[in-house]
Design a binder for this molecule. Structure first.
Ligand SMILES: [Zn+2]
Ligand SMILES: [Zn+2]
Length: 351
């Protein structure tokens, strides 16, 4: 089979490899689509894999159809389609014992530490990772969007967003737009903010309310759009100092700021904004990935359910599709900023 593998920093290529054979509880998934994550680009061109394990098939945002199972797995899974939860928890650490798998201290991960979804097939440790979709209308590409869509959902849930809330989201990339859609699904009124006009326009074309903070005073505009109320919840998705400062300034008293964007090395906040956190009794919440246990709610199962019911849209965010052979060129074009993407992915449906 074909697999897009990282051999060393900058050496990402399509190889011909053996199709893996599932044993024990393992399941073999024929990948239908696998997204290129923002984190894959520095992984390929700057950082390499965190475990220095090479060659490694990348890709952690994927779904597919079960085509074979090991002798201890349920054979009735064969033929079923679903999304794959890529994290492999140790099940032993403090986080795992409270089912907070995203915070596991000794995790493995499909696509960054073990072979992932940028291949024709992926060996998945067990059916525990498989989130089945039962709707005919849910395509393989939609299942490839579930992972980032769950990150977006987690941000909105951790912000305790409820009906009637004004939610301001900094960063109008795919996760920002999906966060806005979750906020609306939960009955809230979202506003997106970005500094790149192309991204602002892309989101506006999809019905979003968007502020370009390079050309518009964000705080004044949020005040206007919320009728003076300001934001009940802000999702800071840029990880930048100016983003965080504006996020704080958009808050009403006792608002929650959800920190979603990975920090840049020079992220600092102004003294006046630090003071605002105190004076308005703001709540700052860091979030990490998504929640994959049944209590309080399995965000993955809910996401697939919303896709199946047609209540969450994701396909219109996919701007670039390629086959496995095309992944090295597409990731290089993204790294060199030759293309402006919302979501780019490997899609087996792109024939
Ligand atoms: Zn990702
Ligand atoms: Zn653990």
């Amino acid at each position: 089979m074909k697999a897009a593998r990282l051999h060393s920093i900058g050496d990402f290529r399509c190889d011909e490899v053996e199709v893996p054979v599932p044993h024990g509880k393992e399941i073999l998934v024929k990948v239908t689509a696998c997204g290129i994550c923002g984190s894959d680009i520095p992984r390929i061109y700057e950082l390499g894999t965190s475990t220095k394990k090479y060659p490694l098939t990348l890709g952690h945002e994927f779904g597919g159809t079960v085509v074979a199972v090991g002798e201890d797995a349920d054979p009735s899974l064969i033929g079923k389609k679903g999304a794959i939860f890529p994290l492999i928890p140790c099940r032993n650490c403090e986080a795992c014992l409270t089912a907070d798998y995203a915070m596991c201290q000794h995790y493995d991960y499909l696509g960054s530490r073990s072979n992932g979804g940028m291949a024709e097939y992926c060996l998945v440790p067990s059916a525990w990772h498989f989130v089945e979709s039962k709707a005919e209308s849910t395509t393989g590409e939609m299942l490839g969007m579930v992972e980032p869509c769950c990150v977006a959902q987690h941000a909105i849930r951790k912000g305790d967003v409820v009906a009637g809330h004004h939610v301001v989201i900094f960063g109008a990339g795919p996760i920002g737009i999906m966060a806005s859609r979750w906020a609306r699904l939960f009955g809230a009124k979202p506003i997106l903010v970005d500094v790149v006009e192309e991204k602002c326009q892309f989101a506006r074309d999809r019905g979003e309310t968007v502020i370009n903070s390079m050309t518009t005073d964000v705080v004044a505009e949020v005040r206007k759009l919320t009728g003076g109320h300001m934001a009940d919840v802000v999702v800071e998705g840029t990880g930048t100092g100016p983003g965080l400062c504006s996020a704080i300034e958009c808050c009403r008293i006792k608002a929650t700021v959800v920190l979603l964007g990975n920090p840049h090395k020079d992220t600092v906040i102004r003294l006046s904004d630090h003071s605002t956190i105190l004076r308005k009794e703001l709540v700052l919440k860091g979030i990490w990935n998504h929640h994959y246990a049944e209590t309080p709610i399995n965000e993955w199962a809910y996401c697939v359910q919303m896709l199946d019911e047609g209540k969450m849209q994701v396909l219109d965010l996919i701007t670039h599709r390629t086959d496995i052979e095309g992944l090295p060129k597409l990731t290089k074009d993204i790294y060199e900023r030759n293309v402006v993407i919302c979501k780019a992915m490997y899609s087996a449906e792109n024939k």
